[in-house]
Design a protein around this ligand. Sequence first.
Ligand code: ZN
Length: 298
Amino acid sequence: MYTVGIDLGATFVKMGLVDDKGKVCFRRKIETPSSLNKAFLIDAIINNIRDIIKVSGKKVSGVGIGVPGPVDSKKGIVHYFPNIKGWKEVPLKSILKKKLSLDLELDNDVNAITLGEFVFGAGKYCDNLVCITLGTGVGGGIIIDGKLYRGGSMAAGEIGHMPINEIGPKCNCGGIACLERYIGNRYILERAKNAFGGNITLETLTSLAKSGNKKAVAIWTDVAEKLAVALVGIVNLLNPDKIIIGGGVSKAGSLILNPLKRQIKARAMKDQAKHVKIVLAKLSADAGIIGASLLTHS
Ligand SMILES: [Zn+2]
């Protein structure tokens, strides 16, 4: 059985035909510059789905779409799309269903990634897990008793907007001292710029830390410790089997993982801390496509 997974990103739409073992066997990519309009993007998605099915010659059972930002997965409405002008409250599911006679589901991209890790990645055989994506934004997805937990209005999992202090910097979401305001890409890079007196990339910051640079190690340790404050609460509250760390920032690997594990062991309640495993995500760049392809079965 094959499904099409679509990772609707702010700079690219990545699409792939995914088999029942989670292998991406056919790909398409559409650029999404900010000049792109809504109707053109929707047409491009439809044409590429048709093309993937035609050229691959496979029987496709459905299409799953992961969208950055808030969606109503029940009604199939995308509330907004960061990069595309005029994209507000778009009933994407019904628009696409009219043109394609296929089973079609959509959800936010972190929920899709979480499903991907749960079925084919680092969360295999775990019924209770939390998946965190570290990047420009800090996202989260939750699996409880083997099912994606979406919450009362389909908006659960916003780990990046958990406050980690009573007072602190204001966040775009309207909150104060949200985790993302401390460990989102932009803020890590700001701190690196202050420490090194010039712009450096996350990759450079990681390689400096790996070669023992104390200032770089201190930045990564601080990122891990801030993340730990939120995750200790999650470990105590949800008692997950695993916490999976993914996203671009997770390439820092053990620089984040080791202090994170230390903090959770020291601060979380004993039973929960002993039970939980903190691991890196496995699906890397294809996580969005593979996860989205699973939405039609979830
Ligand atoms: Zn926030």
